[in-house]
Design a protein around this ligand. Structure first.
Ligand code: GLU
Length: 478
């Protein structure tokens, strides 16, 4: 039975890299008819952020990557929040102490800091020197009795190497020299990530650990822990790093990394998911637009690349515009509402028409307010230089007043009728092409670019068209 998990630390926001990890885990579980688990790794008390868990779950729900098990989602392997499982970790640290695969370490912060400085000065990689690894049992007992502060460390091999089998990278070997005697229980009694992660993956029956490449160096320690407990290790797959365009590791300095800010800026969950799915994986063709269902069908973890994947905002923008253009219009109406003032959708049919006219030119939902404004303006701004230049032309005055006259007599105005009237206006004024159409565009919108005029006229309706023509003529006369 395939069981995967997403195990974020609640830092206050969901990182786009985290969402990619969640997505790959989700897709993999779905593909193999397994379960996808959300586990909150909150054992680092110093990094605790109020409301972070709720925010994370809310954001995950928005993306549509919904866990089968997790806090608030039910499941038989809970609790799914590590701070509610502390007893389990302590018990397992005890087991390793009894097996002499772990030991108490009483080294003070000062000693460790001194050691670190010395190693740095000698240009050695900083690591624990195993000072407490062989303390005599009676000394340990005495220190514990006198309540000296301690941590519990795992023993790592003093020589040889530890091998990690990775579904993406194959066999990766780590020499014993790079394996520190890792702390398992901190002096505050909380477990470190390493112990809690392994214990939970075991008890939550996780079959595949799919996570970012930055965790690969920790994996040999995890492999050792599985051995020490006599547990079967899950399979591992380490996903390539996400990179800035300059190929440095994706960071806030280069742009947004919080999924929440993409949401606020009007990116669609489907587009973001589609985009992230292709950061590190592709189906081997040029195709780029996929539904989640198609991704599940096509995905294979073996095809995930080893090389870092560049987070290309231009590509995300393009995908977002594709999704906006092609989505169901009623859904677009709903998604657009939070991005515009309420009076825009007081008449929902009008809002729908407006959206269907402007959607082709949108990159994000947050552009809707500006692009739709011309359909809701109480007054058009004709004061820009380009508008003035057009309206004050002699031919423009002629076109606008003739058009106004021709329209005034009509009862009803639709696109077809408008084209007829424009033809007549053109003949009467001997204007054609831009000379004929541009003044009308400017009179109706104040701008020289925009959606098709006939469509604008259809949405505005007869009254509003007449009003704007009058206003424009007045402005040109001033
Ligand atoms: N808590 C770790 C993180 O924040 C989880 C790493 C893992 O998946 O093992 O990314």
């Amino acid at each position: 039975m395939v069981r995967t998990r997403f195990a974020p630390s609640p830092t206050g926001y969901l990182h786009v890299g985290g969402l990619r990890t969640a997505l790959y885990n989700y897709i993999f579980a779905r593909k193999h008819h397994g379960s996808f688990v959300l586990r909150i790794e909150d054992t680092d008390q110093e990094r605790k952020v109020e409301g972070a868990i709720e925010n994370l779950i809310e954001t995950l729900k928005w993306t549509g990557i919904i866990p089968d098990e997790g806090p608030g989602f039910g499941g038989d392997y809970g609790p799914y929040i590590q701070s509610e499982r502390l007893e389990l970790y302590r018990r397992h640290a005890e087991i390793l102490l009894e097996k002499e695969l772990a030991y108490y370490c009483f080294c003070s912060q000062e000693r460790l800091e001194r050691l670190r400085q010395e190693q740095i000065a000698k240009k050695q990689p900083p690591r624990y020197d195993n000072h407490c690894r062989n303390l005599p049992a009676d000394e340990v007992k005495r220190k514990l009795q006198s309540r000296e502060k301690f941590v519990i460390r795992m023993k790592t091999p003093l020589q040889g190497s530890v091998e990690v089998r990775d579904l993406i990278r194959g066999k990766v070997s780590f020499s014993a020299d790079v394996l520190d005697d890792q702390i398992l229980i901190k002096s505050d009694g909380f477990p470190t990530y390493h112990l809690a992660n392994v214990v939970d993956d075991h008890f939550m029956k996780i079959s595949h650990v799919i996570r970012g490449e930055e965790w690969l160096p920790s994996t040999p320690k995890h492999v050792l822990l599985y051995e020490y407990f006599n547990w079967k290790s899950p399979e591992f797959a380490h996903l390539p790093l996400l990179l800035n365009p300059d190929r440095s590791k994706l960071s806030k300095r280069h742009g947004d990394v919080a999924v929440e800010s993409y949401r606020q800026k009007g990116y669609l969950a489907e587009a973001l998911i589609n985009f992230l799915a292709l950061l590190g994986w592709n189906p081997g063709t040029d195709r780029e637009i996929f539904t989640l269902g198609e991704l599940i069908e096509l995905f294979s973890v073996e095809k995930v690349s080893k090389a870092g994947a560049v987070f290309n905002l231009g590509k995300l923008n393009w995908m977002n515009s594709v999704y906006i253009r092609s989505m169901d219009i009623n859904r677009l109406v709903e998604l657009a509402k939070p991005f515009v003032p309420q009076h825009f959708y007081a008449d929902e049919n009008k809002f729908k028409e407006v959206l269907s006219i402007i959607r082709d030119g949108l990159t994000t939902l947050s552009e809707i307010e500006e692009k739709a404004a011309l359909f809701y303006a109480k007054q058009i701004d004709y004061s820009t230089r380009e508008a003035i230049n057009i309206l004050r032309k002699e031919s423009a005055r002629k076109v606008l007043s003739t058009l106004l006259e021709n329209l005034s007599g009509l009862k009803k105005l639709d696109g077809r009728v408008f084209i007829e009237v424009m033809r007549k206006t053109g003949m009467e004024t001997s204007c054609k092409g831009t000379e004929l159409w541009m003044p009308v565009r400017v009179a109706l919108t104040g701008q020289i670019h925009g959606p098709e005029i006939v469509k604008i006229v259809e949405v505005l309706g007869r009254e509003e068209v007449l009003l704007r023509l009058e206003e424009a003529i007045k402005y040109a006369d001033e």
